[in-house]
Design a protein around this ligand. Structure first.
Ligand SMILES: [Zn+2]
Length: 171
């Protein structure tokens, strides 16, 4: 997935998406690991809630943007899969009944948010889980909750999220 296929690098420190002209920026995985570690230190278990909420808002935001071009959930998810690979998040694949938004599973290979994070017994991708739930909520117009069943940081080969409907749309 070529980065220049999706992003326009302008002079003066500005990078924009080619499709929407929306500005983006890089975040280093080491820097991200420091953010997570510090949030956990300061807010303990509240950090997971916060990261999930951040992810979910972000997911809704990017999904809304893509839905300005494509309404069909399958297309929206495909575009976001391609964008996330181009943006270095890792390789993301959404499985399940994408037409109806049922039994959805999201598999991430080489998750960037795990790249420099600490290992442990628990799954740790609360931010990415939030993103997947936020995207699904917009794409299927219903609230979704993500549960991470496998995570690179607990020794699994991939990060895997199960998406479940959490009730009516949480607008
Ligand atoms: Zn993970």
């Amino acid at each position: 997935m070529a980065i220049e296929q999706f992003f326009e690098i302008e002079p003066g420190g500005v990078i924009k998406t080619k499709a929407a002209g929306a500005r983006v920026f890089f975040v280093s995985t080491r820097g991200w690991a420091v953010i997570e570690k510090q949030l956990t230190k300061v807010f303990s278990s509240g950090a997971a809630v916060m990261l999930n909420e951040m992810g979910s808002s972000y997911g809704r935001g990017v999904a809304k943007e893509v839905m300005g071009f494509a309404k069909d959930p399958g297309t929206v998810l495909k575009v976001l899969e391609e964008l996330s690979a181009a943006a270095g998040w890792g390789s993301i694949e959404v499985k399940g009944d994408i037409g109806r938004g049922e039994v959805l599973e999201v598999v991430i290979t080489d998750c960037a948010f795990c790249a420099d994070g600490e290992l442990g017994p628990q799954p740790r991708c609360q931010f990415v889980g939030g993103v997947t739930a936020g995207v699904a909520s917009e794409a299927f117009a219903a609230a979704f909750r993500a549960t991470e069943t496998q995570c690179l940081r607990k020794g699994d080969t991939h990060c895997v999220f199960h998406l479940e409907r959490a009730g009516p749309s949480a607008e």
